[in-house]
Design a protein around this ligand. Structure first.
Ligand code: ADP
Ligand code: MG
Length: 454
């Protein structure tokens, strides 16, 4: 290799040549040049390696910082173990949870940190020593804390860590502290339970309200026949006293003129003519009372009794009448119910539905003069349809879907529970029926109950 080929010597070798001077023999110089050249090559290689190494180092550091920052940012706890069951690495969440530093923990046996609980204690320790292909899920563990206690529950998952040839090298445990979650869940559950209880109370209240309306209607209905039975019996009692006086005079064989005077004074003839009417009226009153009682019995308020067939028209009629009787100024009521509306189920519940619909219609009319409620029925193949229409303001368009929601009410506090339609809807569904609402083109709301025909 010649100097021309290799160029002028550079680097520390050049200084060396200068020190040696130009007096060296040509051959010797050649040999030196080669040595110098080799040294130069080695030197530049070294330089390149160093630059390379520095670049790699920088990348490694970057990766390390990245991984460390990710591990530190994890809110889940992370523990890396070797096959010997010793801790190799933990993240910041572990330190935060336990109060130990990473240096305290690394090198310790996992069992010194982790207390296993749950259904299969020991499963985690076994997995760490012999990591399997499958992950170990949902171990319920607690971590020992620096102050000698234990942490809240941690829901731990464990998977194998493998080397570049895929052989297990250790395991990685990742867990989520669930104590807080459990507490929040328990609180939520308690809140839910008390809400459910409040709801049940309200449902009960609404049922009692509809029973109350029924009782008010029944009381009103009974009042009339009972009052005239009562009046008639009073009159009969007086008649009886008069007859007794007269009959005593007859039996005492009083003189005929005395008897005639008594007969006129006591109006015995008029009295005798009046008695059949009084008795007939009383009988009719008693019959009406017994009818009311009978129809009440037919409603059979036993909730879970077996389903029975009943006449929807009859149940609807009593419901409409008794509900309307409860208001001071009942509106114009029109009933158009055909024969043969035979349904199957619980008459008492269907009575409640109609009572709710009629009560809502009455509320919608709110004593409005000239208000009208129309209750009409149709038999349509195997379906029975009962429509309750009022001439009130109707249901607002954006409420058409929500009126059946529990607690939806537009009535002032204390006047509406918002449960009537929800209960009615559920009853209709329980009977394989439906309850729907639309606004009538001529004004007012129409609620339609359909039930299968028995
Ligand atoms: N006939 C009707 N006309 C207009 N709005 C009605 C009618 N029936 C029900 N609504 C509306 O539906 C809401 C819910 O009714 P409901 O479930 O019976 O509860 P509540 O009567 O206690 O308010 C009522 O507050 C009212 O806004
Ligand atoms: Mg209501």
């Amino acid at each position: 290799m010649s100097a021309a080929e290799t160029g002028p010597p550079r680097g520390p070798g050049a200084r060396f040549i200068a020190d040696r001077g130009a007096d060296a023999g040509n051959l010797q110089e050649q040999a030196w040049l080669e040595v110098v050249h080799k040294m130069d090559e080695v030197y530049s290689d070294l330089l390149r390696y160093e630059v390379d190494l520095e670049a790699k180092n920088a990348r490694l550091e970057e990766a390390q910082t990245f991984i460390t920052s990710v591990l530190a940012a994890m809110s889940d706890v992370l523990i890396v173990c070797g096959l010997d069951g010793r801790i190799e690495k933990v993240n910041r969440a572990v330190c935060d949870l336990t109060g130990f530093t990473s240096a305290d923990l690394v090198g310790q046996a996992l069992s010194a940190l982790v207390v296993e609980g749950g259904d299969a204690p020991g499963a985690l320790a076994a997995f760490v020593r012999r990591p399997a292909a499958d992950m170990l899920h949902g171990c319920d563990v607690r971590l020992r804390t620096r102050d000698g206690g234990v942490s809240d529950s941690v829901d731990m998952n464990c998977s194998a860590r493998r080397d570049h040839r895929g052989r297990p090298e250790g395991s990685v445990l990742i867990g989520r502290p669930v104590g807080e979650l459990r507490r929040a869940y328990a609180e939520l559950e308690a809140a839910h339970a008390s809400l459910k209880q409040a709801q049940q109370q309200l449902v009960q209240q609404e049922k009692m309200a509809s029973l109350g309306r029924l009782v008010a209607g029944v009381a009103h209905e009974l009042n009339n026949p009972i009052s005239f039975v009562n009046g008639n019996v009073h009159v009969l009692k007086k008649y009886c006293e008069r007859l007794q006086t007269y009959v005593e005079a007859v039996h005492a064989e009083a003189p005929p003129e005395h008897r005639a005077r008594l007969r006129a004074e006591l109006k015995v003839d008029k009295l005798l003519a009046d008695v059949p009417d009084l008795i007939a009226g009383t009988l009719e009153g008693a019959a009406r009372v017994s009818d009311i009682v009978k129809s009440l019995r037919r409603l059979s308020f036993v909730r879970n009794g077996p389903p029975e067939t009943f006449d929807l028209a009859e149940v609807a009629t009593t419901a409409v009448m008794w509900t309307a009787k409860g208001v001071r100024k009942p509106p114009d009521l029109r009933l158009d119910l055909p024969d043969g509306m035979i349904a199957r189920g619980h008459a008492g519940q269907i009575h409640q539905v109609v009572t709710n619909l009629v009560q809502n219609a009455l509320d919608a009319l709110d004593g409005q003069p000239g208000g009208r409620i129309e209750v009409s029925g149709t038999v349509d193949g195997d379906r029975l349809r009962l429509a309750v229409r009022d001439t009130g303001p109707g249901v607002a368009e954006d409420h058409l879907l929500t009126v059946f929601d529990p607690f939806f009410t537009t009535k002032p506090v204390g006047q509406g529970t918002g449960l009537g339609l929800w209960i009615s809807f559920s009853i209709a569904k329980d009977h394989d029926g439906t309850l729907e609402v639309h606004n009538h083109p001529g004004g007012g709301a129409v609620f339609t109950l359909t039930l299968p025909r028995a």
